[in-house]
Design a binder for this molecule. Structure first.
Ligand code: ADP
Ligand code: ZN
Ligand code: ZN
Length: 753
């Protein structure tokens, strides 16, 4: 049978081909295709007019000797080369993977604004599988109830919560492995249900693609505060298309606002796109939405397989996912029934892509919402200065949640002036006492230090030689457990750590603090309590973060030592003391954004404390205890702190009061990169509303063996800036020696490293 149908399929395929190619008096049309290359133009190809094709279709086309998958952006367009030389499209892919019109529009805009080649922009908007020409409609295995499983009485399952949850979901429809995984169901639960013959994996059932419908809502007994109600109302009854900036102190209930805003949309069959920072995509965030709504949720994050990602994309596109929750690149997910876009922790650096196509997902969210007529909420306890500036100018509506819901006390800040205090392995006596008290009280303590490893410097006691990375302008960090020196910028690992490379002395000492050193110190100081070190090294293994989180959630007294990995997206109700140890570098940095980031970090980390009925204390050890900015932050709050910074930026003519773009040049020698930029400067005469600064070395000039030089383009007028950037790019592309130099453009840059 199988053989027969395959033959029939093949025969009809050939028939079709024959039919188009010669029997029909078929005319030829031309299409413009965006091909994934760094070239800034579209390419023309020919096609028989009978071929079913649309704008947004994926096609395979010849490109030089290669065959690439591109996107059709114009149909019936006039070729810009001789008609006889136009090559034919090789293959048109199934319409299921086409880019939708709104996403195309967004990509065109982004290509123009970020000055990035359209072909590469469109390629990055598509899931990898689709980019390769695969068919997303391809089937997938689904877990479905057996007839026995359908008869199970849920009551009878008693305390087997996970089983009940899974069976309940399966009552509605079969679920793919991805969907089951997203429900936080372990493979053990699945196996146990399978072994009882309640459910089975069915091979090769197509993904259900009918529009979703919302089931019941589970409120968990929360009554919204007046501030929350005002914010929810403002969004639900919006009268204009301005974005909303939801500024709410940590723990004030922003998520509750999102949930209430979403509710009527889901009921009306509208989909909601929620962006979260890379690091914030924790099971806790996901379950807030899952626990509240009975709708299919698609989750898009970096550890999905290509197949899972393509299926998630498809469910969003076909309207069968009610909520689409994802990190940065989820902004390109098409929605069939778009209802709203939410960007949580909108200040987070991960929304800006820092290589290749350098876009801001937050800014694109605002644009996309405008194009599609959707409400957009940017939420944060520590909004970016850009967004606050937009609120100041009346471009955004500002919604404030200034207080936490009743019963949840705000945390209290205490500055420990370390200039006059003695420290033992980085900890002052006052802090050691505080830690001891909390532990004795059977509470938890979080020690924040944003540097992994043991010590950031390895120094020779005899000649003061310091171990540097040979490929970067950076010092090597000593890692105790692997006994290595590691570069945190390029990943170089050195095992030769026994002797000074200058005087051969074997007297080397680690200097400064890292998570491993603090861990060791605390283990020695408080031997009867567990110390959990949570950083990128200790959470590399899959599932390790989850097991840390569940250990912390038991509420047993413990010391958590962590980097910013711990600072976001977690609520630890029994943490009543947060101590911050090494924040002072934020005051020395040459990056003008360093103080903004410092303030955000302090409040975000501090906000982890005292979530439940126990008020939290945040103790900051610093040499800058009397610094006016720090005082404003902890006494006046973020808003006052940020207003001060905005004022400073304005006086200095820095963003957000002015606009920046950077032309980065990278080469094997500093001079090559520098003279490349110098040549550009002599060739372009910018107009008087635009300034060119540079070439200046990047803050870390040498990184991974490449030297980076910058040309900074600034203007108070955005369209003037873009016009000049376009001219600069033209000039750069015309330079002959651009082979030796890699260059890129960064509009609205967020870092100069
Ligand atoms: P944020 O997102 O602003 O940090 P969350 O939405 O996570 O704050 O809320 C913090 C905690 O307060 C959560 O445990 C949440 O369930 C609770 N909460 C939110 N709104 C209310 C309310 N109106 N009444 C009581 N508790 C609330
Ligand atoms: Zn390095
Ligand atoms: Zn030495």
């Amino acid at each position: 049978m199988a053989f027969l149908s395959a033959t029939v399929g093949l025969a009809s395929g050939i028939m079709m081909f024959y039919f188009c190619a010669s029997t029909m008096p078929d005319s030829t049309i031309f299409v413009a295709v965006a091909v994934p290359t760094p070239l800034r133009t579209l390419f023309h190809y020919s096609l028989p007019s009978s071929e079913r094709i649309a704008i947004g279709s994926r096609v395979r086309v010849p490109f030089g000797p290669r065959k690439l998958v591109g996107i059709v952006t114009e149909i019936n367009s006039q070729p810009d080369i001789e008609v006889a030389k136009v090559r034919p499209v090789l293959e048109v892919f199934g319409a299921g993977g086409d880019l939708t019109e709104p996403i195309l529009k967004l990509c065109r805009w982004a290509s123009d604004y970020y000055h990035h080649p359209i072909g590469e922009v469109l390629a990055s908007a598509l899931p990898t599988l689709l980019r390769k020409g695969a068919d997303p409609q391809e089937s997938s295995r689904v877990l479905t109830l057996t007839s026995k499983g359908r008869l199970i009485d849920q009551q009878f399952l008693g305390r087997a919560h996970a089983q009940r949850k899974l069976l309940g979901a399966l009552q509605q429809s079969g679920r793919t492995r991805e969907e089951v995984g997203a429900m936080d169901i372990s493979s053990q639960t699945i196996r146990s249900i399978e072994s009882k013959d309640w459910a089975q994996w069915h091979a090769e059932v197509p993904v259900p693609l009918e529009p979703f419908s919302a089931g019941s809502v589970n409120y968990s007994g929360i009554t919204v505060t007046d501030e929350q109600a005002t914010a929810i109302d403002a969004v639900n009854r919006r009268t204009d298309s301005k974005p909303f900036l939801l500024y709410g102190v940590t723990g004030s209930g922003k998520t509750e606002v999102y949930l209430r805003v979403i509710e009527p949309l889901l009921k009306a069959g509208k989909q909601v796109l929620i962006l979260v920072p890379e690091i914030g995509l924790t099971p806790q965030t996901i379950s807030r939405f899952q626990d509240r709504f009975d709708v299919p949720i698609t989750i898009l994050h970096s550890s999905l397989t290509d197949k899972q990602r393509a299926l998630g994309w498809l469910r969003a596109r076909e309207g069968s996912a009610g909520i689409v929750l994802g990190t940065r690149s989820a902004i390109y997910t098409p929605l069939k029934f778009p209802g709203a876009i939410i960007v949580d922790e909108e200040h987070d650096a991960s929304y800006k892509q820092q290589d290749g196509f350098r876009y801001s997902a937050r800014d694109l969210a605002v644009l996309r919402a405008g194009f599609e007529g959707l409400p957009v909420i940017l939420g944060s306890a520590t909004p970016s200065l850009e967004s606050l500036h937009n609120a100041d100018r009346g471009k955004y509506h500002l919604l404030k949640l200034a207080t936490r819901p009743p019963g949840i006390e705000p945390e209290r800040y205490e500055l420990l002036d370390t200039r006059h205090l003695e420290k033992k392995n980085g900890l002052t006596r006052a802090l050691r006492h505080q830690i001891g008290d909390r532990l004795a009280n059977r509470e938890q303590v979080l020690i924040f230090i944003n540097r992994r490893g043991f010590a950031p410097v390895m120094i020779c006691n005899d000649c003061s030689w310091v171990a540097n990375c040979s490929r970067c302008d950076a010092k090597l960090t000593y890692h105790l457990n692997t006994n290595t020196l590691v570069c945190h910028h390029c990943g170089t690992i050195s095992r030769n750590i026994l002797s000074c490379q200058s005087c051969r002395s074997s007297q080397l000492s680690p200097l400064g603090l890292g998570t491993q050193r603090i861990e060791q110190t605390l283990m020695a100081m408080f031997p009867e309590f567990p110390v959990l070190r949570i950083d990128r090294d200790s959470t590399r293994r899959k599932g390790s973060m989850e097991s840390f989180v569940s250990e912390i959630k038991t509420g047993e007294p413990a010391i958590l030592v962590g980097t910013q990995l711990l600072a976001k997206g977690h609520h630890f109700p029994n943490v009543t003391l947060v101590a911050m140890l090494d924040i002072d570098s934020g005051f020395y940095s040459a990056d003008f954004r360093a103080t903004e980031k410092l303030g955000q970090t302090i409040l975000q980390v501090g906000g982890r404390s005292g979530r439940a009925d126990k008020p939290g204390t945040v103790t900051i050890q610093t040499d800058f205890a009397t610094h006016p900015l720090l005082e404003t932050l902890v006494k006046g709050g973020y808003f006052e702190f940020a207003s001060g910074l905005l004022e400073e930026r304005k006086e200095a003519g820095l963003p957000p009061s002015a606009f920046h773009a950077i032309l980065r040049a990278e080469a094997n020698a500093s001079n090559t990169a520098r003279s490349f930029l110098e040549k550009i400067i002599t060739k372009v005469q910018v107009r008087n509303t635009v300034n060119l600064l540079g070439p200046i070395p990047a803050l870390m000039e040498k990184k991974a063996g490449r030297y980076r030089q910058l040309l900074i383009v600034t203007s108070e007028n955005r369209s003037d800036l873009h016009r000049e950037v376009r001219r600069i790019i033209q000039t750069t592309e015309s330079l002959r020696d651009s082979k030796k130099v890699r260059w890129s453009v960064d509009v609205d840059p967020t870092d100069m490293f």
